[in-house]
Design a protein around this ligand. Sequence first.
Ligand SMILES: *Cc1c(COP(=O)(O)O)cnc(C)c1O
Length: 393
Amino acid sequence: MRDATRCVHRPDVSTEGFESLAVPTYRASTVVYPDGRSFARRKERGPDGYAYGLYGTPTTRTLEAQITALHNGARTHLVPSGLAAVTVPMLALLAPGDEVLIPDAVYGPVRAFCADYLAPRGIGHRVYHPLVGAGIADLIADRTRLVWIESPGSGSMEVQDLPAIASAAKMRGVLVGCDNTWASPLLCKPLDLGADIVAEALTKYVGGHSDLLMGAITVRDMDLRARIRDVLRLAGIGVSPDEAALALRGIETMAVRLRHVGAVAERLAHRLREHPAVAQVLHPAIPDCPGHAQWQRDFRGASGVFSVVLRAEAATRLEDALGRLSVFAIGASWGGTRSLIAPLSLRAERSLAGETLLNGPVVRISVGVEDEDELRDDLLVVLDAVLAGHEPG
Ligand SMILES: *Cc1c(COP(=O)(O)O)cnc(C)c1O
């Protein structure tokens, strides 16, 4: 063998005895075959065989298997973002003439996907109230193929009655998908509650460090799985093993992180309720949060994200007041180690929400792992500043 060949034909090195705790990052486009016969028969390797890097590597399959196990599912598919985890099932299940029902508090870009991508292609959507519960039965039409759930809702935190919606949908032969990003499989298992599909942004609590984008779609039914896999295969959608490796690292500490941020967030939520600048704190553990009873029944706790509705008068002062933050960062997305605050404009994104929510400015808070007292003081400085603007003189 000459040197140029030797540079690409690596010698075999034994891996025997090397039992590492880390999952190796297998980077690959090409998968090679031991002989011509197995290459010719590569399509017979079945859905779990390896044929091409785009369709899975041992690294991505390990993450998929881990999420599947956490959800008591049958299979998981990784996609490049949490948004894709919602849109890919819709692409897989909806054809022209069909319709999807989405909750008013759905993750904003999903509403845009329905309006600006699906609608021009003849696929309808209707928006329903997140607290509709069994009343969804009255909204299901002959053309309805999918009911989408997101619980709690983005920004407004309504906890939906998933079991009631799922059983009503099932009676009509309609599938149910659920965006479970807020809870992660540690705090809620939608497949156990009757959903057919779970979508999650691994970008948030699984990644856990604000440094990757990824989504997961988990199902129990293998036919459903095939329909979702076909979209990914035909459209050429896959994820990087490097990012899957980051997610595999993140998921190891997820239980500890979630327990911590959940406890801190709940204490902060109670403290903020007492502040005169606050109209309402939307945290599922607080009894006046819409869907509190469903949360108590269906969830094993709360994560670190909640919303605060400020008094309407705060609107003009909020932007300036946020400039006083020194521990929180200002930004969208969430679920990392840094605490984040995001002022939301829900008015533009809601068709069915009540007045409290729409009149006051809403800020979403994602609790990270900084010192709890410093986080609380940081928020109180902002709330005091919002209020100070309204004192006479
Ligand atoms: C962030 C988020 C998404 C989208 O995740 P990306 O990875 O940022 O695309 C979807 N659903 C919910 C509920 C989210 O919070």
